[in-house]
Design a protein around this ligand. Sequence first.
Ligand SMILES: [Zn+2]
Length: 291
Amino acid sequence: MYEMIQVGEHTYYVASPTNVGIYEYGGHCVTIDSGSDGDAAKKILKNIQERGWKLDKVFCTHSHADHTGGAATLAERTGCEVYAPGVCAQILRYPYLEPVSLYGGFPNKEMRSKFIMAKACDCRELDKSALPDGLEFTELNGHDFEQVGFRTSDGVWFLADSVVSEATFEKYKIAYLYDVGEHLKTLSKLRTLEGELFIPSHREPLEDISELVNRNVTNVREVASVIKNLCREGLTTDGLIEKIFSEFGIKLYIMQYELIGSTARSFISWLLSLGEIEPVFDNSRLMWKST
Ligand SMILES: [Zn+2]
């Protein structure tokens, strides 16, 4: 864990719970994501400093704390700049926005833990001009408000959380999503990417991503089908969340409730937009019913 693995002439990744990419150029380097917290960041930095490289910039793929939690430590220790796409840059600066967006109000203590809320960090909005020669990015939206993947000059893609591992589907059956429609567009886009190696954030690298993309598309369709089935007679949002927990056998605790709940609400919006469920107003209860 946390060893640095070379996957191209200039491209490395630090294998960890959230894989972190490193792109080196002439004794300087940038990272793609930052580790999940300060301890992870220190281990990543040790790898970089042992090689005598200077860390210039951290590029976070999206706002989630397991990708951004080490950014503040890397910036404090090296003076590097930190970048994230669009509104995600503001979440690095004001990390309470993350639990607020999931919970929908002032967040409880569990939602304010480091697993959801990263340490605050000065952060700039990512644009092409911030990239060193040889590095490019593309939008991979759906999983978060915004998300990007990076491609190095060695043809290595860092795909962030645009694809979920088979192991996660085995364990949870449902994965966190912000915008289901955008996520499906991203999965189609992933099929068109050309490269030598594809590195999701929470899985070993793959040379061919197509089967994993298929598995992800199938999962979205399966979850949508389960939700439509559960809503046959009409369910409140909370009723649906409860049924999802029991249907998929997911362990219930507050953070899991908020993550699955947020994903369920995203599926409701998507199915509403497709006309596959409809709102039913039953006295003072709002229910969702399959059409
Ligand atoms: Zn994520």
